[in-house]
Design a binder for this molecule. Structure first.
Ligand SMILES: [Fe+2]
Length: 313
């Protein structure tokens, strides 16, 4: 018969564990909106405004006929909303809240960074939600782009595009914002395909200061060359999802070189461009997060300038 533990010791052990478990259950619901201003001033630009977004006469660019917005404010640069790792069946951050952020920011473009689903079991819900986002953004006149992630296996291009968005697999999309032409390159996922930056830009004049790259897996930056892009946007790591001491999950549970090197969430300098790694919005395996809140991000980006993070919240 084992000796009984004294009550204070039991409380001392159980209480912290119960608190941590409760925290991990609640955190997937706690959406964080992060804002970045990548421009010369280093400051948030103030009240959101809407901007016209006619597509340039470039027949090699992906084209999607979005309706024109009703107002046409003056705003420098490009406003982007980026979200990733939706994992529909385990997405607890609230799709209403996500859409509210997208619409309230009044961006020039919204990009989804891949991992719509966990697997076949939540595929239907994933595409229902994506079509719901697509319809609302289309009605608001906001272009909506996507790339695929490693969980998006066996999904045809048509399934994505039926949701009212432009799906990029080593392709580019061009739009005008702030009086400038921007090139948005969507790379294929490196587990499901082969990222190919050159193929995406084939036949197009390079404009690195206005070229933004979207890739699901941050390790894709290892194949990118300097002098070709201003900013790269990724997801995949979920910020660790359930953080462990000493970055254990990144050092020992993941094979990606960037996570092992300490690049797992936030904005970084990489070669001569910036690298952003989002924590994503949903969960994989378990509906739990710990010290890695779900995230949707708003960027104001100006070309030909250095940048800094400001006013995250
Ligand atoms: Fe993911």
């Amino acid at each position: 018969m084992p000796a009984e533990l004294p009550l204070p010791l039991v409380v001392l052990i159980v209480l912290p564990l119960a608190t941590l478990a409760l925290w991990a259950l609640v955190e997937p619901h706690c959406l964080e909106i992060t804002r970045y201003h990548l421009g010369p001033s280093g400051h948030w630009t103030g009240a959101p405004q809407r901007q016209p977004r006619p597509l340039p006469p470039d027949s090699r660019c992906s084209f999607h006929s979005f309706p024109a917005p009703l107002d046409a404010p003056e705003r420098p640069g490009l406003r982007l909303v980026f979200f990733t790792d939706y994992h529909a069946g385990l997405m607890l951050a609230g799709r209403d809240r996500l859409l509210r952020v997208m619409l309230d920011a009044r961006p020039d473009v919204v990009v989804f960074g891949g991992d719509l689903i966990n697997g076949k079991w939540d595929r239907r819900r994933g595409f229902q939600d994506l079509a719901w986002f697509g319809a609302a953004l289309y009605e608001a006149g906001i272009p909506f782009l996507s790339i695929r992630g490693n969980h998006d296996k066996g999904i045809d291009r048509s399934a994505w595009e039926d949701c009212g968005l432009v799906h990029l697999r080593n392709e580019r999309y061009c739009l005008e914002a702030g009086g400038e032409r921007w090139i948005l390159v969507g790379l294929d996922d490196q587990r499901l395909g082969t990222p190919d930056f050159a193929a995406a830009l084939e036949g197009h004049a390079a404009d690195p200061a206005r070229t933004l790259v979207f890739a699901h897996n941050p390790d894709s930056v290892l194949d990118l060359k300097p002098g070709c892009q201003a900013q790269v946007f990724c997801g995949h790591f979920h910020g660790g999802q359930i953080r462990a001491p000493f970055r254990f999950e990144f050092r020992h549970l993941r094979s990606e070189l960037l996570s092992q090197a300490g690049y797992y969430g936030g904005l970084y300098d990489w070669l001569d461009f910036r690298l952003f790694i989002s924590r994503g919005t949903g969960c994989v395996l378990f509906p739990l997060r710990f010290l890695a809140r779900p995230e949707i991000s708003i960027f104001d980006i100006q070309a030909d300038s250095g940048g800094s993070r400001s006013h995250p919240r």
